[in-house]
Design a protein. Structure first.
Length: 312
């Protein structure tokens, strides 16, 4: 029986310095980076999601500053991925990196991506592809009406202003009804956490300073504007429509849509971007603190020491 593949994850909140640290550590430990960012997987959202520089045509990996970066530009906004699709991709990529004699580094703020790999989750697709396509074409109001009819209590328990939450809730309810109405022998296999793929994981994060993160987020908003984020969002609206669920659940994109529609001022949109990013960062902090396997480090040197101990 082969030994588990050792994977190093560097997570934590947005603007905490994990990206820069990961590049430095991957360079030192012969690593390749897999992006654990649920929005960087989508093409055309570049400035808003702080992607590394790349050139067309799309390629995987992107070689940036001499380090292979996987997991960026994997799909299009009209073909959204779930955790299931991402994990399937990540497993294949880890094998590829390992065969090259490199160390897999999982880097990003989407904690569930990291947990799915470190804890070896055995997931199964729990949604119907045709239903997903149908739901993606509905407006926010239509999604709300659909979920209210299916389960009013479930509707009131989620953020029903978020199209992605509504879609997942409808799919979940549809899945439950499907399981209930068949004998389970021919039904969709529900998600499980049976550990069938063996990895040994080290999860690292910096100890975040909230005020520093707030300052970095504020500065980043101005940088995005200078780089042309408004043009980027405008092009996305033209291509996918202002009601697209991915656009409306992506921070640093969703806030600019009403501005571009003439409904709010740019200053109001900027303020929302800062607030939403900061609230998201706080949720990320909470997630990594609650996730029992996170090792918090004061600086890059501590991370380096932990990796040396782990890879002996």
């Amino acid at each position: 029986m082969s030994l588990p593949i050792k994977i190093i994850a560097i997570g934590g909140p947005t603007a905490s310095g994990k990206t820069e640290a990961a590049w430095q550590l991957a360079k030192e430990f012969n690593g390749a980076i897999i992006s654990c960012d649920s929005r960087q997987i989508y093409r055309e959202m570049d400035i808003a999601t702080d992607k590394i520089q790349y050139q067309l045509p799309y390629s995987d990996p992107i070689v940036y500053q001499d380090i292979d970066h996987y997991g960026i530009n994997l799909t299009t906004i009209d073909k959204p991925w779930t955790l299931y699709e991402w994990q399937k991709y990540a497993r294949q990529t880890i094998k590829k990196i390992n065969k090259k004699g490199q160390r897999p580094f999982l880097v990003g703020g989407t904690g569930l991506y990291i947990q799915a790999m470190v804890d070896n989750y055995d997931l199964h697709r729990d949604y119907d592809v045709n239903l997903r396509t149908e739901l993606n074409q509905l407006s926010l109001q239509q999604l709300q009406d659909k979920l209210i009819k299916l389960d009013n209590d479930l509707y009131n328990s989620i953020d029903y202003h978020n199209p992605r939450r509504l879609i997942r809730a409808i799919e979940k309810k549809n899945h439950e009804l499907h399981i209930t109405n068949n004998d389970r022998r021919g039904g969709v296999v529900p998600p499980s956490t049976i550990k069938s793929h063996q990895y040994s994981g080290l999860v690292l994060s910096f100890i975040p300073d909230r005020e520093i993160i707030r300052e970095k987020i504020t500065k980043r908003v101005d940088v995005h504007l200078k780089k042309g984020v408004l043009t980027e969002v405008e092009n996305l609206i033209k291509k996918y429509g202002p009601a697209d669920p991915i656009l409306n659940s992506t921070i640093s994109v969703q806030e600019y849509i009403p501005y571009l529609q003439g409904k709010i001022s740019l200053e109001a949109a900027k303020k929302k971007v800062i607030i939403n990013n900061y609230h998201y960062a706080k949720r990320q902090m909470t997630w990594f603190r609650k996730y029992g396997k996170t090792v918090f480090c004061q600086n890059l040197g501590e991370m380096r020491t932990k990796i040396k101990e782990f890879t002996r």
